[in-house]
Design a protein around this ligand. Structure first.
Ligand code: URA
Length: 458
């Protein structure tokens, strides 16, 4: 029999910094999901958690209860290890597109259940929907078939996955409780664990365009998610990466798909290539660790067998950089997009109107604020303010300079793209103070800041 509790007692306990029991947590998540606990009570509990936190055991139980609120997928029948990637969200972050192609080209399964953009960060599904014919909605059966054939699937997460999180996330959004490390980490990890992946690589963004503006917060978020993953048997590694400046030179749906195609064709911006390759290396290493410990049950390959060992060797020594220049990753991309109805050679729309934003004086570009560029792209129509809004395929921002580049007065720093020209002035407002120019070149910085894994947690 399931214990029942008084929601008020649970709120008071957390308000007074007490540790909640497993039974209290299981009950309140279940009762909230079924509508028995009122929104105002859950709001109060979320604020108490925001202020008092959850310890490791409470957080694991909270995450379990969210997973248990819905269905849990299982891909252990596949003849390949599965590893997914999750980014905490950033501006110009199209990395899922080239990354999925690189990693799946080495036979790793990627069950990527993605979302749509809300606010200043874009969503992977919105980007892919720029490709004529591409379908985001797949049944579970179609997902399994595609994972078995092409190795990768990027599709919409059905409503059946962690429904408690869906409800809680909407409530956090309107109660000032989004930016809480236990609440963010349980929200992300409940969905990733329910998705049934065996391994996970997290890209935890840090900087002006990210949830976590400071490195200390990003590290704590990364550590917390790696702990939850490992405690739930999902081999998890996190990279902490820079999000002070937009990634690449394009921000916006079709614009970012075009840039991803440049990367898959062996070109593209340096930072996008650097991050794609770093995450690909981590994903292949995670897949190798999994094969070492578990074998590949779906292919009848036992851990320690000759087959398992040669597969591990293959994954650990894969030349990921080469896959971008020899057409291997591009072939995977085309197969994955075609499998979901996409016309890989189809024309993606361009925005109807463009306007340049120019440098106000000569010098070196010192900084370019990711958040402000993201908000400008959103105002131009690349993002949505409400879930039901439609995004413009061609809208967004194309950057012509990144920090470190020399610029001249009057030179275009960026071009704004939109179908609705009255959006230009609103975007320009958001870009006020978005960059700085100085006489000396700044120190060059890389995208990767740090790495967190089970071995660095101890
Ligand atoms: N993404 C999620 O899925 N949940 C959060 O809480 C924050 C970002």
């Amino acid at each position: 029999m399931v214990d029942t509790f008084d929601a008020v007692d649970i709120i008071i306990a957390k308000r007074d910094a007490e540790i909640l029991s497993d039974n209290q947590i299981n009950w309140i998540i279940d009762a909230y999901t079924s509508g028995e606990v009122a929104e105002e009570q859950m709001s109060a509990l979320l604020m108490a958690i925001f202020l008092r936190g959850l310890n490791r055991s409470e957080l694991n139980c909270w995450t379990d209860a969210m997973i248990a609120s819905g269905e849990r997928l299982d891909f252990s029948f596949l003849p390949r290890a599965t590893v997914d990637k999750h980014s905490t969200g950033g501006v110009g972050d199209k990395i899922t597109l080239p990354l999925t192609a690189v990693v799946s080209s080495y036979g790793v399964g990627i069950p990527q259940l993605s979302g749509r953009g809300l606010g200043h960060t874009g969503g992977t599904l919105d980007k892919l929907e720029s490709i004529p014919g591409w379908q985001a909605e797949l049944s579970l059966e179609q997902m399994g078939q595609q994972l078995a054939s092409t190795g990768a699937v990027i599709c919409a997460a059905g409503a059946g996955l962690a429904p408690a999180d869906r409800k809680l996330y909407a409530l956090r959004d309107v109660t000032g409780t989004v930016a809480s490390i236990p609440l963010i980490s349980s929200s992300i990890m409940s969905k990733k664990i329910a998705e049934g992946t065996s391994g996970l690589v997290l890209d935890v963004k840090c900087g002006s365009g990210a949830f976590m503006k400071e490195l200390s917060g990003a590290k704590e978020l990364a550590r917390t998610m790696v702990e939850i993953g490992e405690d739930h048997g999902v081999h998890t590694v996190a990279l902490i990466t820079d999000m002070d400046t937009p990634l690449g030179l394009s921000v916006g749906n079709a614009l970012e798909v075009r840039e991803s195609l440049e990367v898959l064709g062996g070109g593209g911006p340096k930072d996008v290539i650097e991050l794609t390759l770093a995450l690909a290396r981590e994903m292949l290493d995670v897949a190798a660790d999994i094969v070492e410990v578990q074998g590949i049950p779906g292919a009848g390959i036992l851990p320690g067998s000759k087959h398992a060992q040669s597969r591990v060797e293959e994954l650990r020594t894969a030349d990921v950089a080469r896959s971008l220049t020899d057409g291997r990753a591009m072939d995977s991309w085309r197969a994955t997009i075609r499998a979901q109805g996409g016309d890989v050679d189809g024309e993606m729309a361009w925005a109807k109107f463009t306007e340049d934003v120019v440098a106000d004086h000569d010098g070196f570009l010192l900084s370019l604020d990711a958040m402000k560029v993201g908000l400008a792209a959103w105002r131009l129509g690349a993002g949505r303010a409400r879930k039901e809004d439609k995004v413009q395929i061609g809208a967004g921002v194309v950057l012509h300079a990144k920090p470190g580049d020399r610029v001249r007065q009057g030179q275009p720093l960026m071009t704004l793209h939109t179908d609705t020209p009255d959006a230009f002035s609103r975007a320009q407002e958001k870009l006020e103070g978005a960059w700085s120019i100085g006489p000396q070149a700044p120190q060059p910085t890389g995208v990767i800041i740090d790495k967190v894994s089970a071995s660095t947690l101890a």
